[in-house]
Design a protein around this ligand. Structure first.
Ligand SMILES: Nc1nc2c(ncn2[C@@H]2O[C@H](COP(=O)(O)OP(=O)(O)OP(=O)(O)O)[C@@H](O)[C@H]2O)c(=O)[nH]1
Ligand SMILES: [Mg+2]
Length: 296
């Protein structure tokens, strides 16, 4: 019996949703950083074996939105819970059950699909805290399974996938077996550059960044020529992004090139243009242009 289904991964920002999906896929398809609100779109990846096909949906962290981009992100995450076969709710073990998680638990009550609770980052906490979290959460919701894991170290992740498969219905292979994601190459390129900006910059600057790929060409010798606009919200941010003697921008460019060469398996030349688009996160037209469109 072949099993298949859609599995969405939801939770607060920064709990490790993208790390988990990447670990299961064995490939970095969704960017990761230690800053909250890294993921901005729903990203589908597809894991196919001879026995099953799981379509994962990595979603933006659910938070209280402060601008239109935030609203788009939270809506994307909520939408993902409709018409899926399984919901993976990730959180990190702590004694307290905070407001963010309480809000998500409320949303989950409308879910028709079974919900797993995944307590992630057990590598940086104690058994006692895991046990306490487990007790608190199970009072609030009837979870189909509760699994403590470390997405970073891969601890218990195989077990989690096994339980997912057990809970999936018999079904068809939705996608060809060699398809691993629904996102375009250009999207991954933009995201990888944004990841390097997120990792290089501090404070409020990285949250106001968007990346637009304006050119991507492969020469006959195989080298890619990539040009991107790195969009920020303020003139002062532009200065910070470029940095003293262009140091910061150079660092972003170099780390992006390194990772893009691995992703594209070719040599890469990259040019980054820093542009200011005031308040783009609240500008519906700019959001659309930058690919933050309403979900299908
Ligand atoms: N110690 C530890 N760190 C982890 C683990 N999983 C993820 N992280 C770290 O937590 C941070 C956030 O990880 P992400 O995967 O980007 O989290 P996310 O839930 O996708 O975050 P958003 O996209 O912002 O909602 C990164 O610095 C990861 O390296 C884990 O199991 N253990
Ligand atoms: Mg993420």
């Amino acid at each position: 019996m072949f099993k298949s289904g859609f599995v969405t991964i939801v939770g607060r920002p920064n709990v490790g949703k993208s790390t988990l999906m990447n670990h299961i896929m064995g490939e970095k398809l969704s960017i990761v950083s230690n800053k909250p609100q890294t993921t901005r779109n729903n990203i589908q990846t597809i894991l196919t074996t001879k026995d099953y096909q799981i379509v994962f949906v990595d979603t933006p962290g659910i938070h209280k939105p402060k601008h239109k981009l935030g609203e788009y992100m939270v809506n994307s995450a909520k939408e993902s819970m409709k018409e899926v076969d399984l919901v993976i709710f990730i959180t990190n073990p702590d004694e307290e059950l905070g407001r963010g998680d309480k809000f998500i638990l409320e949303t989950l009550k409308n879910s028709k699909a079974p919900v797993f609770l995944v307590l992630n980052k057990v590598d940086e906490t104690t058994k006692e805290k895991v046990a306490m979290s487990l007790a608190k959460f199970s009072q609030e919701f009837n979870f189909k399974e509760i699994i403590p894991i470390s997405a970073l170290r891969g601890k218990n992740v195989d077990k989690l996938v096994e339980l997912m498969v057990e809970n999936l219905p018999e079904g068809p292979q939705y996608y060809p077996e060699d398809m691993i994601t629904d996102v375009q190459e250009k999207f991954v390129v933009a995201e990888l550059v944004r990841e390097k900006a997120l990792r290089t910059l501090r404070d409020e600057v990285p949250h106001g960044i968007a990346v637009d790929v304006i050119q991507m060409k492969q020469k006959e010798n195989g080298t890619y020529h990539i040009e991107v606009d790195l969009i920020c919200e303020k003139d002062s941010h532009k200065g910070i992004i470029i940095g003293k003697d262009g140091q910061s921008l150079r660092k972003i460019g170099e780390s992006a090139r390194y990772e893009l060469e691995r992703f594209l398996d070719s040599k890469v030349n990259i040019k980054i243009w820093v542009k200011v688009r005031k308040e783009w996160r609240d500008n519906q037209n700019l959001l659309k242009e930058l690919g933050y469109k309403k979900n299908k």
